[in-house]
Design a protein around this ligand. Structure first.
Ligand code: ZN
Ligand code: ZN
Length: 375
């Protein structure tokens, strides 16, 4: 079987339908995004024309799609999931089409619609106008608990992505040199992200010296100097849509003494986070285990973000490894462990791997050493 057949199944739609009914939602209306891809394999682009998968709690799931994009939908894995396709021509009101479909399969009374997490407001406005008494619920209430637990086929895709991004990190010495700008280095990294097996670049952070103290720095025209630690956080997606996300910290030349002071504690915190992952513990407990190491070492105030985030068809998705997220970890959950230390005006460091909770503990999908790499 090819990847699409094992990733996108009619069983998944059936499970979603059952959860939709149990949540008291009459129908899910899913516009383009990770939720649509999760349900059907169709990687649609969002636009002013309505594309919407309608999943009644009882009744057939159907994709409403602009006529000119029907061939795209038909050639995606969607037909293999048993979802039907209805198209409409330009000039036709697709919201009226949606309303008549709901009348037929849900009834014409009060309708609770579970809307896609990132549905454009213009589409929700159109639905509200065409479906009297439509009341808004979040499809994520139904989909997020299912999406959190990855199937074996999904873990295989995340592993493929992780192996590809690890290969990019091992090539860092080809590009990261004093005298080059962060932007120049990032351009080379982006090319390598595709060369090593991704179909698209998601992001490339190259943060040298003081810029490393800003966790989501991105890139700038700053010239990398000898003796500066450089945080490199990179990710892409493979052809099936699953993502990678891996951070290592490098130094061209010798690391500064005040960097050495905290880097060992950061490595220990990362290891403590990985070691804390097993079925039955909460996401927040993994954050606490990671954070405690840095707090005990005196660097707690410099670890300014959560420990991690889930990953799948979205780069950031549930569960969140953060204080207050009491999701109980279960086999198949995939997320990052990414503690960092950020010293304003000086430098920073982060170590990030994607891990999967297993029946007995944890598997790291990114497998590079965590020592700072001296180039
Ligand atoms: Zn990252
Ligand atoms: Zn991340």
């Amino acid at each position: 079987m090819d990847a699409a057949t094992t990733l996108y199944t009619s069983e998944r739609i059936a499970a979603v339908r059952a959860s939709t009914a149990a949540a008291g939602i009459d129908a899910l209306v899913i516009t383009p995004g990770a939720e649509l891809r999760y349900l059907t394999g169709y990687d649609a682009h969002a636009s002013e024309r309505l594309t919407a998968l309608v999943v009644p709690a009882e009744g057939p799931a159907t994709l409403i799609v602009p006529r000119l994009e029907r061939p795209l939908a038909a050639s995606s894995p969607l037909p293999g999931t048993g979802v039907g396709i209805v198209d409409f021509g330009d000039g036709v009101n697709p919201y009226a089409l949606l309303a008549s479909f709901l009348d037929e399969h849900v009834g014409s009374g009060r309708r609770v619609i579970g809307a896609a997490e990132r549905m454009w407001a213009s589409h929700w406005h159109g639905i509200e106008a065409a479906v009297p008494s439509a009341s808004l619920a979040m499809a994520a209430t139904v989909l997020s608990p299912l999406r959190m637990v990855k199937s074996a086929a999904e873990v295989a895709e995340l592993t493929r992505a992780a192996e590809a991004i690890d290969r990019v990190h091992t090539r860092m010495g080809e590009w990261l040199r004093p005298g080059r700008t962060e932007r120049e280095v990032a351009a080379d990294i982006k090319a390598a992200i595709v060369e090593e097996g991704h179909t698209a670049v998601s992001f490339a952070i190259v943060a040298a010296g003081p810029n490393g103290a800003s966790p989501h720095h991105g890139v700038s025209d700053a010239v990398i100097e000898s003796g500066q630690p450089v945080v490199v956080d990179i990710g892409g997606v493979v052809d099936t849509g699953y993502g990678s996300d891996c951070t290592r910290t490098y130094c061209v030349g010798q690391t500064p003494a005040d960097f050495n002071d905290y880097y060992g504690a950061l490595r220990a915190a990362h290891q403590a986070g990985v070691d804390a992952v097993r079925p039955g513990v909460t996401a927040s407990s993994v954050d606490a285990a990671t954070r405690a190491v840095l707090t005990d070492a005196g660097y707690g105030e410099f670890f300014t973000h959560r420990t991690g985030h889930g990953i799948g068809l979205d780069g950031h998705e549930a569960p969140y490894i953060v204080d207050g997220d009491d999701t109980v970890l279960a086999p198949g959950m995939a997320f990052s462990i990414e503690p960092g230390v950020y010293i304003p005006g000086r430098h920073g460091a982060r170590i990030e791997d994607i891990v999967v909770c297993t029946e007995t503990g944890v598997t790291r999908l990114d497998t590079l050493p965590t020592e700072v790499t001296i180039l």
